[in-house]
Design a protein around this ligand. Structure first.
Ligand code: ADP
Length: 403
């Protein structure tokens, strides 16, 4: 019987899933069999699943009767029984946004851990409750599987106190008000690929730019995270699709005190109406902005590039130098102009862009003489979760090098 792992990423009205099989051999990566999602849970829900080889798309028509996460996972279970009759899952790996100060590694979910993660809801009120709803639903739908929590904060837990602390009275740090950093599963995925494909880069001082709808950068020294542009929440740092990134906290005081916005309205403004969408007034989507000749679209892209380049300078100071800048996620992997825009701003630090290689989408796009190597590496957070889950249930199947 093959060892199967399901990965789950549960949001407020969606559940993304992927099915992996443990590969033979200690060096092999888990093989993706299929992925899909249940969208618009509680509304006009849609179920989609697609085999990794491109075939086997399941119908994508709207479905009745998916009112909650439990019903969504019952639907995933029915799909699994159809595509893999009689199969049982060894593990379900969950993407959990917040592991708090204590969780630096994936953990098997039991009642005590669930209670612990519940206590972290105030630190990530927009994501953690939905992640945990996904866990509860999976406990019901897949009772035979080991449930493994994989935290987006865990990869950053080695940050020094200096990098974690805000300049607030100490009691706030003790109460958990500190910089955590997110996108950890993505950074771990990229670091594992660097270690495999570019070990000399992995060993050095690297900034990884995860540029997607959510965007952040992490500073890695020898493959370990030492700083992140994201802080207490996933709002901080770079300009994102709809999130503002770094902002003068005085603006929030002004919005509350002078504009009399309530906290819910401020949260909606900062999370949903800002970033590329707010600045351009057109779209949160980089492709749409890149295709537009509206000056407001150009301005939003310019700001995205400016803030990213400045953040790279900031993290280079933490690293005391920079050997490589690595781009990943939707924008990082696909937008040559954004990569070029950021790289050009770092020319004074020794980044020499190979324009042709970048435009062609080459994995390495710095000139041979460049002091800073420029790379793009695809991220695969789901495969990372599958690895973590397999490490727990079948430790012999995962490459030691990737631990
Ligand atoms: P998420 O954070 O939702 O996982 P992704 O990593 O998928 O986001 O990134 C989505 C972003 O990537 C969008 O802004 C999208 O426009 C952008 N993107 C995808 N392909 C391209 C492309 N070819 N050129 C420019 N931007 C792209």
């Amino acid at each position: 019987m093959p060892t199967l792992v399901l990965t789950l990423n549960a949001g407020s009205s969606s559940v993304k899933f992927a099915l992996f099989e443990a590969a033979d051999g200690a060096e092999a990566e888990p093989v993706r069999l299929a992925s899909g999602q249940v969208e618009a849970i509680g509304g006009t829900a849609r179920f989609q699943a697609r085999a990794a080889d491109g075939g086997g798309a399941t119908d994508t028509a709207p479905e009745e009767g998916i009112p909650d996460h439990a019903a969504a996972l019952a639907r995933v279970l029915a799909w699994l029984e159809k595509v893999r009759p009689g199969a049982s899952l060894a593990a379900v790996g969950h993407r959990i946004v917040h592991g708090g100060p204590d969780h630096a590694a994936p953990a098997v979910i039991d009642d005590a851990l669930l209670a612990d993660l519940e206590r972290l809801v105030p630190l990530a009120p927009l994501h953690q409750p939905h992640n945990l709803a996904g866990v509860r639903a999976a406990l019901g739908a897949f009772p035979e599987a080991v449930q493994v929590a994989c935290f987006d904060t865990a990869f950053h837990r080695g940050h020094s106190a200096l990098q974690q602390a805000f300049a607030l009275p100490r009691r706030f740090f003790d109460a958990g008000v500190r910089r955590y950093g997110f996108h950890g599963l993505s950074y771990e995925s990229v670091a594992a690929r660097l270690q495999r494909d570019h070990p000399e880069v992995h060993a050095g001082r690297v900034i990884v730019a995860h540029l997607g709808n959510g965007a952040s950068m992490a500073a890695l020294a020898g493959g370990r995270s030492v700083a992140s542009t994201m802080g207490f929440t996933a709002l901080d740092g770079l300009v994102m699709g709809t999130r503002c990134g770094t902002i003068d906290p005085g603006v929030l005081l002004y919005l509350a005190q002078v504009e009399k916005l309530g906290w819910d309205a401020i949260a909606e403004l900062l999370y949903e109406q800002s970033g590329l969408l707010g600045v351009s007034g057109i779209s949160n989507d980089m492709r749409t902005l890149a295709a537009s000749d509206d000056p407001a679209a150009r301005f939003a892209i310019d700001m995205f590039i400016d803030r990213a380049a400045r953040a790279a300078g900031d993290l280079a100071v933490v690293l005391e130098g920079l050997d490589a800048l690595v781009f990943t996620a939707g924008i990082g992997e696909n937008s040559a102009p954004v990569r070029a825009g950021i790289a050009r701003r770092l020319a004074f630090l020794g980044a020499e862009l190979d324009e042709a290689a970048n435009a062609a989408g080459a994995a390495v796009f710095s000139m041979p003489s460049s002091r800073i190597r420029l790379l793009k590496v695809p991220t695969d957070e789901e495969a990372m979760i599958a690895r973590h889950a397999l490490r727990v249930v079948a430790p012999g199947t995962i490459a030691a090098a990737a631990r």
